[in-house]
Design a protein around this ligand. Sequence first.
Ligand SMILES: Cc1cc2nc3c(=O)[nH]c(=O)nc-3n(C[C@H](O)[C@H](O)[C@H](O)COP(=O)(O)OP(=O)(O)OC[C@H]3O[C@@H](n4cnc5c(N)ncnc54)[C@H](O)[C@@H]3O)c2cc1C
Ligand SMILES: C[S@@+](CC[C@H](N)C(=O)[O-])C[C@H]1O[C@@H](n2cnc3c(N)ncnc32)[C@H](O)[C@@H]1O
Length: 705
Amino acid sequence: MTIKTADIQFNADGTPIATNFDDVYFSSCDGASETEYVFLHNNLLPQRWQQWSKPSFVIAETGFGTGLNLLVTLAAFKQHLAQNPASKISLHFISTEKFPLTHTDLVQALGAFVQFEDDAKALIDQYPMPLDGCHRMSFVNNRVIVDLWLGDIHDSLPQWHTNEDGLVNAWYLDGFAPSKNPQMWSPQLFEQMARLASKDCTFATFTAAGFVKRGLRDAGFVVEKRKGHGRKREMLAGCIASESEIQINRQQARYYQRAAYVNLATVITSNAESHAQTALASKPKVAIIGAGIAGASMAYAMAKKGYDCDIYFNDATPAQGASGNPQAGFYPQLNVDASHASQINAHSFVYAANQYRQLQSQGFQFAHQWCGVLQLGFKPALAERYAKLTESQLWPFELVRYVEPSEAAQLANCDMPYGGLFMPLGGWIDPAQLVDALFAAAAKLSQVRLYSHHALKRIEQKNVSNTAQENTRWQLHFDDSMGTSKKNENTSLALADIVIYATGAQSHGISELANFPLRMVRGQVEAVPAQAALSKLKTVLCHKGYLTPEYNGQHALGSTYVKNDLSTDYRLSEQVKNLATHYQSLSDCHWAQEVVGNAQGRAAVRCSSPDHLPLMGALADIDKQKEELSDLYKALPLGYYPKGSDITNVFMLTGLGSRGLTTAPLMAEVLASQISGQPLPMANDLLNTLNPNRFLIRQLIRREV
Ligand SMILES: Cc1cc2nc3c(=O)[nH]c(=O)nc-3n(C[C@H](O)[C@H](O)[C@H](O)COP(=O)(O)OP(=O)(O)OC[C@H]3O[C@@H](n4cnc5c(N)ncnc54)[C@H](O)[C@@H]3O)c2cc1C
Ligand SMILES: C[S@@+](CC[C@H](N)C(=O)[O-])C[C@H]1O[C@@H](n2cnc3c(N)ncnc32)[C@H](O)[C@@H]1O
């Protein structure tokens, strides 16, 4: 949903003031040094980074505002990296904001901080549109990940996933003065801060208000009064109490497991030094099965987190399945309500739009046009629905807006009697080139090896030992009829610590995926030749099907839906159907009636799911979960139910249906974050909606199993 932006004025010093709260965003005299003292110094940063033994350090902030706290933290972290070149830690900065600054106000507010010019520019470039939910940005070559959760903090924090050890290592408790913003400084906020706190979590805040001190104590924090910054006498800081003193309620629906990678290696030697070396040497080996948009997005997301990946696929080259069409429309499926499906689509689209543009700016090229997508209201009822969607202001204007027929005609550059929804960030992409660009970008960050002609048959757990350690790994068995073992002796016996299925429509042939309700739907898209009727078209048109501007002398016009048909032959009968859909939908466009095909096109099979959403996450052990969770229908408190079993270190990303180009990048980023045990850039409710075991859970709740 779209959210209200901040109402701001700038005072004579250029400091931003929030009109509604009548308070400043940061101290007029020296905002940066106040941040450094209150939040960094009192959370013992950067000293804690030096001794930090875990891979990442998580800071969470209440009230992002101008992002000044982030910029000061980035500067300190960069200094830490410069002084400690061997340091391996990455930083996660999670923040919330109810009233985000407009882009223009942000530029003005940060203009005052010339010392942070580069990071301020990176922030401004990635700053999200006012769409509620989580927006992920990255800084310092992916070493710092920033998740900005737009919306009221009371709605956002309960949606953050945490494992049983907690999530946050340091809280920056910011926000306008408690007297000016009492709604935010509530017991619910303090309880959530405690729920999300790790064992060693510290906090700091500029205020010394008594009710804040008591609230934090009641929630489980040990609170001290400390000297305030500058002329402020006092402030509060402290840490979470030890677990023997407090009981924290981290209850969530544990049957929607979010399993991370589990290191199953046991070190044989007792020598401490070689233990450390073994730990360093034992970077998990990742096998991704599939080289379509799902597999390529997964490889890129894993590579950004430092993992090497082996990609196995059964064709001669990547993107030979559904991701091999010459042109695909790039746009989200948005509804008139903020359903989970709409939210997943909206966030996936925004994330993908950024990622694709970033790839291009880094020099990874693929054919595309960001020419926008026009979803036509070609029937009166549809036009009315689209107009309502805009009136409701459900989605930000930057994402989608209603256009009258006259503007639609201008955007499409041809006669257009219909209005509709315009999505300016959309367009078309050559998916196979995009897949290549993603693999190339991944290979720039870590080792990525592509193994063609490797049809996976099954995986098997295997104990492997060398002199230093014993490990349980997955052995991959390939179909020998493809000559795999002759081609490459190493891969015919490939071993992996982590297996990720990104097998698209061929998932139906994989026994581990047999328990998931995947639906295969054949589709044919026409490659209609460039012709006079279409020569002026300059945006993607969507009706019941879609039509793209020209690329390589052809336009894509699609597509058919044939359930449970796995063949990929080109069919004249489907060309007739595709053209008929197009003529009927655009019956008032004379030029559309003149379009002709020439029996050229491509058919492929989509992998879909009963609710048309992807399946993303740990591979649930469905047979075991049926037993373990059999009394879900009793609607007992969440904490009563056990964690559902999954197949250790095996994950899946499939079921991308008709929107793979939109959903793959964010799904891959979420899954890579989950596997590496890092904060997840998506609300718990949406994660549940995507969990591969959701169909079983729904059946168990309804007692249908
Ligand atoms: C006609 C048609 C039109 C479409 N139009 C659009 C559009 O306009 N916009 C859009 O966003 N989406 C569109 N889609 C959907 C989109 O193409 C898919 O969502 C997306 O391509 C799915 O990607 P994937 O990586 O999951 O699967 P695929 O691209 O099918 O890739 C699967 C990969 O898995 C490998 N594999 C499978 N099984 C094995 C095995 N056992 N061993 C080894 N490797 C294996 C294959 O070799 C392949 O590399 C369309 C789809 C079709 C069919
Ligand atoms: C003092 S400013 C924060 C300053 C900020 N850290 C900076 O560096 O600019 C407080 C911020 O908290 C936000 N805020 C206030 N109430 C909130 C709430 N309930 N949920 C989320 N954000 C809130 C305000 O909109 C404002 O941007």
